[in-house]
Design a protein around this ligand. Sequence first.
Ligand code: SF4
Ligand code: SF4
Length: 298
Amino acid sequence: MKIAATSPLDRVETIIRDFWEKAPSNSLQLDSGEKSWAEPHVAIAAGDDPFFARIKEMIGAFHWTPEEAFALAFPAAPATASELRVISYVLPQTLATLTDQRQETTLPAERWARSRFHGEQFNCELRLYLAATLTAAGFAAVAPERLPGFDYRQSARFGLASNWSERHTAFVAGLGTFGLSDGLITRWGKAVRFGSVVARIDLPVTPRPYGDDHHAWCLWYAKGTCGACAPRCPAGAISTAGGHDKPACHRYIREVTTPYTTATFGTGATPCGLCQARIPCEAQIPPALAPKTEELKG
Ligand code: SF4
Ligand code: SF4
């Protein structure tokens, strides 16, 4: 695809929107032909945002900064952190998927399982397409999650963790803050998935309407109320006392939901997400915490 002559940010948004609109892989693979995801939204983080170093410090030395991920893809032409931007996007669940998932109490709805499997395959294609399109246009770019070295390690503080976190990247880019269940609450809610690309390009950085407060949009952390995601978890893996119990969550997904969806829908992957539906933050920032529109625009 040729990049048309508008602002650089418009061009990036157009690449993502066009692919979302036209790629046949953006499909739940149902007879209805419906898409896996509702319309995407984009935000930009500075490659040298101090949060990236803090995240590495918190998660572990194995976690990449944007600069490190970029250098892995372009070892002969590395960039300084300040030359880089991290393009982070959010793919919200569709209303139909969310409506189905709200009805479920122990196993994910078929649409949810399909979005986790087919939708994530589309997301992988989108990451690669965005990186390739920018690179072809003269802006070297890489999707860290698609690098051959992307994997999961043991973080002393957080247990199993990947060396590139789409959710933490989205937080730095101003897309949302963490909730009690560890999911990221965005303006389009928590029932979403993320992707990102690191590029040597000059794009305006998106302001973080929540500043440095990584829990600002969760009612439990901000006001001591709600906790609605906890009883949604059939594995008891969320509590107001302890937050998200990752090992218990992973065990339930590995032993219960994945075998179920593989056998029932042939989808594989690792779906659950019951804690992302039928809650006040499923498709929005809880109204009691939502910043004004002007603040969101920065
Ligand atoms: S459901 Fe309530 S407690 Fe759970 S993440 Fe959302 S706002 Fe926070
Ligand atoms: S993904 Fe499923 S098992 Fe994990 S915390 Fe959410 S509801 Fe519980």
